[in-house]
Write a protein that binds this ligand. Structure first.
Ligand SMILES: Nc1ncnc2c1ncn2[C@@H]1O[C@H](COP(=O)(O)OP(=O)(O)OP(=O)(O)O)[C@@H](O)[C@H]1O
Ligand code: SF4
Ligand SMILES: [Mg+2]
Length: 323
């Protein structure tokens, strides 16, 4: 599935992010390194609370006040974004990288027509005329499979699937090189999910856009992405091209996650992962997955396994060679 692509549109190295809370610091993202190539569709998956949205919000520099970047580097097109000035951030956000937020389908302003909301985004970020902004917005709606006349609709007059397509159109308005889509198909019914996935696949063929697709639904990753990471407790457990991720998962957590999605395997029996994800204020010692892992041995409780590259994948497990 993966064609030869130019390297490193986005490169994250050793990123550590925490949230300050009254109970203590929540270690939401730890030692995270990844790179996304031009035109690549990159999946991020893992159970709730593993740090997917925090990773996205850090890239967008939209963390809430209590979210602190402790260390790390986020380079976009070779430039260190964590050192950007306010002005540089405003130029970079939406124009270079845009985001479809988790649950954002209902974030359209109810009192403004769709066309006005799209036009305003363009006018805010670009030096262009109102008629040009309207024309571009209508072209985008059309490209998303929405009739131009629907531009005059208010959000409540649109179906859930249409609203999500408007959100994708909004993310595309300023021609970004990378879009981050956080759970873009969650809360949509199966037919609409399929339409949105089809739309993303079309974008992939028709443009050189890169996409970071965040979802807990592995079947969405299997269908859409080139490569994916599986996160657990703020850390990357495994990164692999999707074909090998699903055919031969190297990490015990990836295995469990996949076996809890029968639609990926086509099997009837659904496995489940016993226990709960760890408390990120007081994470377990050693490998964060050890309290739930069928393969845990003594060293797993004492040391954190590093993410090692081998055979075109990266995996953080002391026993991945045996498994
Ligand atoms: N504003 C915040 N203040 C304190 N803790 C937070 C805040 N936002 C997120 N967290 C915590 O940080 C951790 C990572 O959260 P994050 O939202 O990144 O997870 P996620 O993988 O996106 O989960 P989900 O699948 O539920 O969307 C979780 O433990 C979460 O409770
Ligand atoms: S390092 Fe140990 S506990 Fe962690 S996933 Fe591997 S075998 Fe399981
Ligand atoms: Mg999230």
């Amino acid at each position: 599935m993966t064609a030869e692509r130019s390297k490193n549109l986005l490169e994250i190295k050793d990123l550590n992010v925490h949230y300050e809370t009254k109970e203590g610091n929540v270690r939401a993202v730890q030692e995270l390194s990844l790179s996304v190539d031009c035109g690549e569709f990159f999946g991020i998956s893992g159970e709730s609370g593993c740090g997917k949205t925090t990773t996205a919000m850090t890239i967008m520099q939209l963390l809430p006040r209590e979210g602190i970047v402790d260390s790390g580097s986020i380079r976009f097109n070779g430039r260190e974004t964590l050192e950007f000035t306010e002005e540089e951030i405003l130029d970079f956000r939406w124009k270079r990288i845009s985001m479809i937020f988790q649950g954002s389908m209902n974030a359209l302003n109810p009192v403004h027509k769709v066309i006005d909301q799209m036009k305003n985004v363009i006018l805010l970020h670009e030096d262009t005329t109102e008629p040009e902004a309207i024309e571009r917005s209508l072209d985008l709606l059309e490209a998303m499979g929405i009739e131009r006349s629907r531009g005059d609709a208010y959000p409540h007059e649109l179906s859930g699937g249409m609203k999500q397509r408007v959100m994708i159109a909004l993310a595309l308005t300023c021609h970004p090189s990378l879009i981050i889509a956080d759970e873009p198909t969650t809360a949509l019914d199966v037919m609409i999910q399929a339409q949105i996935l089809e739309l993303l696949k079309q974008l992939r063929v028709q443009t050189s856009l890169s996409l970071i697709l965040i979802t807990h639904d592995l079947s969405v990753i299997a269908e859409t992405c080139d490569k994916a990471i599986i996160m657990y407790a703020g850390r990357i457990m495994e990164e692999a091209p999707v074909d090998s991720l699903f055919a031969s998962p190297a990490h015990p957590y990836t295995r469990k996650l996949i076996s809890s999605f029968p639609s990926v395997l086509g099997e009837k029996e659904i496995d489940f992962i016993p226990g709960n994800p760890p408390d990120l204020i007081n994470p377990p010692s050693g490998c964060p997955y050890h309290p739930r892992c069928d393969f845990a041995i003594d060293i797993c409780k004492a040391k954190i396994p590093t993410l090692e590259s081998k055979n075109g994948i990266r995996v953080a497990c002391f026993r991945s060679d045996e498994i």
